[in-house]
Write a protein that binds this ligand. Structure first.
Ligand code: AFP
Length: 285
């Protein structure tokens, strides 16, 4: 039985110069994941489902669990002096950890509750995270290129709670064993198949796509055994859930530019909280 902590600590030994701080940081995401999982499991009983009555900086209505998951994550890193600054999809401004602002070696970014439209229907949800070095100790550290990430991953809240991460040496998958409250190693060095059979996109918004994007989707639906078409649609409303399927089975996720009324002219996904971390995982797999 290899727990997340054991796996991370043993991995650290392969790097004699390591301070152990990145290990602690990754393990804390595990703790935050367990706390969020607990809130989701009893959400319908503890009156934390539904809208919070506030909007985030993207103008989206926040759910109570968006706010709660955000608070849990912020609090998780508020001790131990590891993190100097955090950015969250649910916060308008970066969060400065006053006690470790000048000393914490890391800057972190997260989407606390990805796929929040699934909250009230007991659908799959996720938390996405990205870890970077603190360089200047300012907001600029959060806006660096994705290739400077030192670790990234996600926690998936589905029938099982999974934690998937990379620190640049492959992608590793852990499953929460609820009776002992530990994430256990389930798949090491996950490889994403080169090709899949499914595509994930909100096709209800296709009228706002470019003709090229529409043509691409039509191409996926054509019959051509040699190239594995037609593809099946698999779209859950949670990028983490769709990405995870693709990690294991291959396939395509895309959120194209949408020029229709109420659509997102540059696509919906947020580069810092969603694209960078998942791109790092995809590249490593
Ligand atoms: P939230 O993080 O605000 O819940 O957004 C989820 C998301 O970015 C991604 O996880 C989904 O695939 C996508 O939005 C769903 O958007 P549509 O509802 O427009 O399809």
């Amino acid at each position: 039985m290899i727990t997340l902590d054991r796996y991370i600590l043993e991995g650290e030994r392969a790097h004699p110069g390591a301070t152990g701080e990145l290990s602690q940081l990754l393990m804390r995401f595990g703790v935050a994941g367990k706390r969020i999982a607990r809130e989701l499991a009893v959400g319908g009983l503890t009156n934390v489902l539904g809208a919070a009555g506030t909007a985030n900086v993207q103008g989206e209505q926040q759910k109570k669990l968006d706010v709660l998951a955000n608070e849990i994550l912020l609090e998780t890193f508020d001790y131990g002096g590891l993190v100097s600054i955090a950015a969250s999809e649910e916060l308008e401004q970066p969060y400065i950890y006053s006690r470790s602002a000048g000393t914490g070696r890391y800057a972190i970014l997260f989407d606390p509750m990805d796929g929040s439209s699934n909250i009230d229907v007991n659908g799959t949800l996720g938390t996405i995270f990205s870890i970077r070095r603190r360089l200047e100790g300012s907001e600029a550290d959060l806006l660096r290129p994705g290739r400077e990430q030192i670790a990234a991953g996600y926690i998936l809240f589905g029938p099982a709670v999974l934690l998937v991460y990379t620190s640049g040496e492959g992608v590793h998958l852990f499953t929460l064993e609820p009776s002992i409250g530990e994430f256990l190693l389930t798949l090491e060095a996950v490889r994403m198949p080169r090709q899949g059979k499914g595509y994930a996109v909100n096709e209800g918004r296709s009228r706002g796509w470019t003709p090229q994007t529409r043509a691409f989707v039509e191409h996926l639906k054509e019959d051509d055994r040699a190239s594995g078409r037609p593809y099946s649609t698999r779209y859950s409303g949670s990028l983490v859930a769709d990405f995870h399927r693709i990690l294991l089975e291959g396939g395509i996720y895309f959120y194209p530019a949408d020029a229709s009324a109420g659509g997102k002219a540059s696509g919906k996904l947020r580069v810092l909280y969603e694209c960078h971390p998942l791109a790092f995982v995809a590249e490593q797999a």
